[in-house]
Each structure stands twice: as C-alpha cells, then as structure tokens.
Design a protein around this ligand. Structure first.
Ligand code: HEC
Ligand code: HEC
Length: 264
C-alpha cells in the first residue's frame, strides 16, 4: 500500500518539478511562491518516504571522502634544547678562511681527512663526507669538540684562537662538504609540499614549532630528524612519512639543516 502511495507521490512531484522548470525558463511571476510550496512538499514527502526506506539507511548516507593519509595529531610537547647554539646565523664563507688556515692541514682541502699529516695520526682526523659520522652527531657536540678539542687525539681546542661566532662559522663551512645541490633542491620542494603547512615556509613555524630555531636544530642529529619523519615522535604519532623513499626523507633533513647553517 505504502509502496504504491510513494510511487504516486514521486510521479506527482516529478511532474511538478518539470512544470516549475518550464515556468522558470519563461520567467513567469509567482514562480518563487510555487518553489516555496514545492520545497515544503519535498520535505513532507521526504518524511513519508524515509519511513519506507528505513530498512536501508546506509544507502542514503553520503560517505565521507577518505584522506590519502591522516594528518599528524597536534600535541606540542616540551622540546629539548641544545647545550650550544649559534646566536646569529653562522656564515660558511666566513668560516672557509679560518678552515684553510687552521684545519686544512689535517682535515684536508675537501674535508676528507686524508692529508699527509692526517696519515700520521691515530685516531685519524674526522672525514666530513662520512654521512654515518655526521648523521649521528649534533652540531652542538661538534661545536663543543672544536672549542675544547678531543682529549688524547690530534684534535686541539680552538676556543683560545676563535671567537664563538668564528667556531660556528668553521662548523658551517665543514657542513658544506657533504652537501649536494640537487639533493637540497629536492628537499626544498618536498618541504614546501609536506612540512610548510605546519612548520612554516623557511621553518618560521605556525601550527607546530619553528624549525628555524638554532636552539632546537643544534641539539638534533640527522638520524633524530629522520626518525621524527618516520613515526619516531611518541607525542605526535602520525608524524610519519614512511611511504616516502629514504632518499627523499634525507633530502628533507638536509634542507632543514639550511635553516641553521644557510645554503651557501
Ligand atoms: C600537521 C602538522 C605537521 C606537519 C605537516 C609536520 N609536522 Fe613536524 N611536528 C609537528 C608537531 C606537532 C611536532 C611536535 C613538536 C612541536 O612542534 O610542538 C613536530 C615536530 C617536528 C620536529 C622536531 C622533532 C624533535 O626532535 O623534537 C621536526 C624536526 C619536524 N617536526 C620536522 C618536520 C618535517 C621535516 C615535516 C615535513 C615532512 C614535518 N615536520 C611535518 C607537526 C607537523
Ligand atoms: C693536527 C690535526 C688537526 C687539526 C689541525 C684539526 N683537527 Fe679536527 N680532528 C683531528 C682529529 C685527529 C680528529 C678525530 C678525533 C676523534 O677521533 O675523536 C678530529 C676531529 C674533528 C671533529 C669531530 C669531533 C668529534 O666530536 O667527533 C671536528 C668537528 C673537527 N675535528 C673540526 C676541526 C676544525 C674546525 C679544525 C680547525 C679549526 C680542526 N678540526 C683542526 C685533527 C685535527
């Protein structure tokens, strides 16, 4: 009984809709009144029809669009800060001069630590192309070694010869040896795509902490940042880009370092 009633109702409404459409096209007066009446009818009919279709409510629900990946949950936590951080942005080009004068004899012109003098030393001077070495160290700890030296090795303390800013400058210079410009460019565009929405363009911050904060970056390691992009932030569980290739995640990390060391 109800089914025939609803079919009749549907037929009536369809013809009314056609009628209204004709009137609208010809710009007849009173059309708007009829539209109001029509809408009221649709509502009444809807109430009637939903009674019939109560058995299949799922069919009426519009599914939510699915996101390709969930957004990280925003739970800013206390960030541990570096023991040593530059007060102003270090300059690799200023550092180059000091490096040539004071460091090159052991660490080499290209930073590979393979000079004649280096070969006489044990342990050998650090090789600044060694990614395993660089990714495990914080800039803060390298700055500490440059300042105080490494006890029992050929690495002497430079705090007497170089000011704080000059020590950060040589560190910024030795940081350039392992860099590749195509990797940095890739990192820059991946950052814009995946990170800038929360951490801001150029790391200026926004929804999440500014990354262009030397006190934050100087206390991080490359591996630490890589892990933070691979689901390793306990307080921010969805902070994960594990489907991105490792090379791309490393490119982002390299780009993030430029917020502290610059791009020169
Ligand atoms: C939806 C927002 C959001 C996006 C997108 C995002 N982050 Fe984060 N990120 C956070 C939050 C929240 C934290 C927790 C610390 C804070 O900022 O309060 C965090 C923390 C970090 C940290 C610090 C980790 C530590 O050691 O304490 C780094 C580094 C970082 N993000 C890098 C990135 C990079 C690189 C990208 C792009 C691949 C990215 N984030 C994308 C929200 C985001
Ligand atoms: C006489 C040789 C010599 C000179 C000159 C020298 N270094 Fe070193 N440097 C070394 C040796 C050897 C090591 C390895 C120490 C070790 O294995 O812990 C080293 C290690 C380092 C490290 C890594 C420290 C760490 O914590 O692992 C840094 C950074 C560094 N040197 C920077 C410099 C800078 C900057 C200069 C110039 C201002 C300089 N070095 C001059 C011999 C030298």
């Amino acid at each position: 009984m109800r089914r025939t009633a609803s079919r009749n109702l549907a037929t009536v409404m369809l013809s009314e809709a056609k009628h209204l459409l004709c009137e609208y096209r010809q710009c007849r007066p009173f059309a708007s009144l009829r539209v109001t009446v029509f809408i009221a009818c649709v509502h009444a009919a809807w109430l009637f029809l939903t009674g019939c279709t109560a058995a299949t409510p799922g069919a009426l629900a519009t599914p939510y669009p699915t996101l390709s990946r969930p957004l990280p949950t925003l739970t800013p936590g206390p960030l541990h800060l570096a023991e040593f951080a530059p007060i102003e942005r270090p300059s690799a080009s200023r550092g180059m001069e000091r490096y040539t004068a004071l460091c090159e004899s052991c660490h080499g012109e290209t930073g590979r630590g393979d000079t004649a003098l280096a070969r006489t030393l044990s342990p050998r001077p650090a090789n600044f192309h060694d990614l395993e070495f660089l990714r495990r160290r914080t800039p803060s700890s390298l700055y500490h070694s440059i300042s105080k030296g490494v006890l029992g090795t050929g690495m002497l303390a430079y705090e007497g010869q170089l000011s704080e800013a000059q020590r950060w400058d040589v560190l910024a210079y030795l940081w350039t040896f392992h860099r590749q410009s195509d990797e940095l460019a890739a990192g820059q565009s991946l950052y814009a795509q995946h990170c800038a929405a929360c951490h801001g363009a150029n790391g200026a911050g926004g929804l999440a902490s500014p990354l262009a904060n030397p006190s934050l970056l100087a206390g991080r390691t490359g591996y630490g940042m890589f892990n933070a992009l691979s689901g390793g932030l306990p307080a921010t569980p969805n902070h994960e880009w594990s489907t991105m290739s490792e090379a791309d995640r490393w490119a982002i990390v390299e780009y993030v370092w430029t917020f502290m060391f610059g791009k020169e």
